[in-house]
Write a protein that binds this ligand. Structure first.
Ligand code: PLP
Length: 439
């Protein structure tokens, strides 16, 4: 069979059919379905190279989904591939502490000085889940304050009014999360510190932690109001609760280190993931020095993992961090994303489509609403039919976004000016398609 025939036989339609037979909804993560774009067959992706991704029908796309965030260096970056191959030949998991994981943790610590210690895990979900367990142990209190529409992985308590994929498929609070768990989670609007003050006045003595994405990537992009994070710090201190920054999306995305370093607000604990794994599964948490001794084996807060600190993930993560530190791609990522933003605004204006674009550095979201968009309610006020039309036009014209209005575009270090120009050619038609939708 020639390659062309293979493609024709085993294309997206073939694999999507088989995927649906064996995997719930045809996906291993609900946000990959086309639930959030009004349906359709999601392309089955077979390979990626740099800023491009290719589906099972041989169609190529400029990729802004970036696997939901890890691919700051694009797909199959040579330094990452070489590091992973080198380590794979020496063992993929060793079940003991390994030099690369020590270097990895130290590199992260050097970039984020507030992490006085680092514990590696395998996902962002685990990082948050473990940090919350630690916060509850440290304070002896049960309640966690979090914010509507933010996403902190899929541990039970974090699926109370979660954003991102959970909100997209209408499962903001998942079935199967017990009332007892829900009672220990307070969900407040983002960017409203008076709501936090009010909650703490009533329940402050029960609150173990305030958990927040300092810059949000899971209700689309939301930016904190000036002073908001400092106010959360002050309020947490007032009642003796910990402040936890979930930087799974934001760390190493806008700068070398955490976005917290710009806000000049130091949390008690940080949660990391995505970019630090360089495209392999990884997460991490860490923070205040005195909390270190509470963790097993020294302390009595238990958390473990067969693949925690996995050598392959360490190799990929270290290689990625090295490239980021040596090349500082951040100004260029911001500049290219700025060109996209300006182009999109201009095109939307010419088409008479009302949009709000929230952007930080290389990360942004275009909302089909007049805005402004500061919280989950603002994000969900955007027009779904317009986004669906926009999305499918882009997909048909070789531009791949995450299939949800509540996700971000990620401009990576390897997108080129040509990629941006090609994208803007496609978005002109996509915005015209959105304009044609009656809202
Ligand atoms: C992606 C994400 C998570 C969950 O990470 P997984 O590796 O998917 O478990 C947690 N918090 C934030 C802010 C995220 O963006």
């Amino acid at each position: 069979m020639t390659q062309r025939e293979t493609k024709a036989v085993l294309g997206t339609t073939h694999w999507w059919h088989r995927a649906q037979q064996v995997m719930p909804g045809g996906v291993n993560s609900p946000s990959r379905s086309f639930y959030g774009v009004g349906g359709g067959v999601p392309p089955i992706m077979v390979r990626g190279a740099g800023a491009w991704i290719e589906d099972a029908d041989g169609r190529r796309y400029v990729d802004y989904q970036a696997a939901y965030g890890p691919l700051v260096l694009g797909h199959a970056h040579p330094a990452v591939v070489a590091a992973v191959a080198r380590q794979a030949a020496q063992g993929t998991v060793l079940g003991a502490t390994h030099p690369l994981e020590v270097e990895w943790a130290q590199r992260i610590q050097a970039a984020i000085p507030g992490m006085r210690w680092v514990r590696m895990v395998s996902t962002g979900t685990e990082a948050v889940m473990s940090a919350l367990r630690l916060a509850r142990a440290a304070t002896g209190r049960p309640v966690v304050v979090k914010f509507a529409g933010l996403y902190h992985g899929h541990s039970d308590g974090m699926l109370v009014k979660a954003g991102s994929g959970a909100a997209t498929v209408g499962a903001g609070t998942s079935d199967g999360v017990t009332q007892a768990v829900q009672d220990e989670v307070v969900v407040l609007p983002y960017n409203d510190s008076s709501a936090v003050a009010c909650c703490l006045d009533q329940r402050g003595s029960q609150v173990a932690a305030i958990l927040v994405e300092p810059v949000v990537g899971n209700s689309g992009t939301l930016l904190p109001h000036p002073g908001y994070l400092a106010e959360l710090r002050r309020l947490a201190d007032r009642v003796g609760a910990l402040l936890i920054f979930d930087e799974v999306i934001t760390a190493f995305r806008f700068r070398w280190g955490a976005v917290e370093q710009e806000a000049e607000v130091e949390p008690d604990l940080y949660c990391l993931g995505k970019i630090i794994g360089g495209g392999l599964a990884a997460g991490a948490y860490g923070g205040r020095a005195d909390l270190k001794a509470l963790l097993a084996p020294d302390g009595r807060v238990y958390q473990a993992g067969t693949h925690a600190g996995n050598p392959l993930a360490a190799a990929a993560g270290l290689a990625t961090l090295s490239v980021l530190e040596e090349t500082n791609p951040y100004p260029r990522m911001a500049e290219l994303a700025g060109v996209l933003e300006a182009g999109l605004r201009d095109q939307a204006w010419h088409q008479g489509v009302r949009v709000t674009i929230n952007r930080k550095g290389g990360m942004f979201t275009l909302f089909f609403t007049e805005g402004p968009v500061h919280d989950a309610d603002g994000a969900s006020a955007a027009s779904a039919p317009q986004f669906h039309a926009f999305y499918h036009h882009l997909l048909a014209h070789g531009i791949y976004l995450a299939p949800s209005a509540l996700e971000c575009w990620f401009v990576s270090a390897v997108h080129t000016v040509q990629d941006i120009e090609a994208t803007l050619e496609a978005t002109a038609g996509a915005l015209a398609a959105a304009a044609a939708v009656t809202v």
